[in-house]
Ligand binder design. Structure first.
Ligand code: NAD
Ligand code: ZN
Length: 327
């Protein structure tokens, strides 16, 4: 780490109440003077205007290029803080201290930072890696259960895209994981981070291969868009999307039915939804075309060949989509 003695912790007021003293004491022990930048809770905080308020706070606290930013919170805090760190004085160091399961297994790893634009999520951002990611799994005890489950969707995803043994571990230890038994929880978080880091190392800027991380996300994003990002958590939509992608994989002749069944069973077992809302197929297909991940009139799907191996497919017949959507 760079030699520095000033940290600014970016967080929500509620998280500061829970963990602020611990974080401040720990930073002080390491010789840091600590300032705080609070942003309101919620996805709306991933905005240019909130980034502007954090910049104001950094100027007010006399930050310079040696100041280190600490993102204490979930993916909203991580993405916003990373974006501010990437751009303040052309880049200052930052540390991720993720406190949601989703941020511990997904958003804190990989270096994507962003804020939203009114016309689209994550439209303004940068690839910018944290110097360090510090995960304390005990923080998940205060996380609401539905937030925990949303993170589990990404965990299951890692099993499907990269590691059948990990998938089987989640099947066997689902109860222990959901009860947050330390050994199971640590194994799950560690393995998830390793799988994501492995993918990102091969293709940091998402030229192609990194797209495998989007397994379940093509339909998932469409579900989120069609329900105005209000009805489902991202992870719930991804759970539906994984079940859909698995079924599509069967229809496209990529894998046998039992593979898709196994994914659906695990999704249900952990308590995630396996059924997308009923809408006509055309509105789903249009929403999938609009998703920014579909380059020029093509919808990219990540299809399963087996548990632990997926493939990026760019041409799927609309008729096949319609059949899979009926599922
Ligand atoms: N950068 C990436 O690669 C990447 C990947 C996936 C998702 N994301 C982004 O992450 C964001 C979603 O992140 P999220 O799911 O963590 O949501 P979030 O950051 O909004 O956190 C969810 C809720 O949990 C609360 N919370 C956080 N930690 C807590 C704790 N320990 N105890 C009690 N409450 C706690 C938060 O205050 C918030 O209300 C989205 O904006 C998404 O775009 C980014
Ligand atoms: Zn996701």
């Amino acid at each position: 780490l760079v030699k520095t003695s000033h940290a600014v912790v970016v967080t929500h007021p509620g998280i500061r109440r829970l963990y602020g003293d611990t974080v401040e004491a720990s930073l002080a022990r390491h010789g840091f003077g600590v300032d705080w930048a609070e942003v309101p809770d919620g996805e709306e905080s991933k905005s240019l205007s909130q980034a502007g308020r954090v910049f104001d706070r950094l100027v007010e606290c006399h930050c310079d290029r040696r100041t280190v930013l600490v993102a204490l919170g979930g993916g909203v805090i991580g993405d916003l803080t990373g974006f501010v760190a990437a751009t303040f004085m052309r880049g200052i160091p930052f540390i991720q201290v993720p406190t949601t399961l989703l941020s511990q297994v997904d958003s804190s790893v990989g270096g994507k930072t962003a804020v939203n634009h009114p016309r689209g999520k994550n439209l303004i951002g940068a690839f910018y890696q944290p110097r360090l990611v510090v995960i304390d799994t005990a923080t998940l005890k205060t996380l609401p259960q539905d937030e925990f489950l949303a993170g589990m969707a990404e965990v299951i995803k890692y099993g499907v895209i990269a590691d059948v043994d990990f998938f089987a571990y989640i099947e066997r230890h689902a109860d222990a994981i959901l009860k947050q038994e330390p050994e199971a929880l640590e194994h799950v978080i560690e393995t998830s981070c390793a799988i994501k880091a492995g993918v990102v190392e091969k293709d940091e800027r998402e030229n192609h291969y990194r797209m495998v991380l989007n397994f379940g996300h093509t339909l998932g994003h469409a579900v989120e868009a069609l329900t105005d990002y209000a009805r489902y958590k991202h992870g719930e939509a991804v759970a539906m999307g994984m079940v859909f992608a698995a079924q599509l994989s069967v229809l496209a002749g990529r894998c046998p039915q039992p593979v898709a069944d196994r994914i659906r069973v695990l999704v249900k077992k952990v308590g995630l939804p396996d059924q997308w809302p009923v809408r006509d197929a055309q509105s789903y297909i249009e929403a999938m075309y609009l998703d920014k991940k579909s380059a020029d009139k093509k919808i990219t799907f990540i299809l399963a060949r087996r548990i632990g191996e997926v493939e990026i497919v760019e041409s799927i017949d609309e008729s096949m989509l319609i059949r899979a959507l009926k599922n």
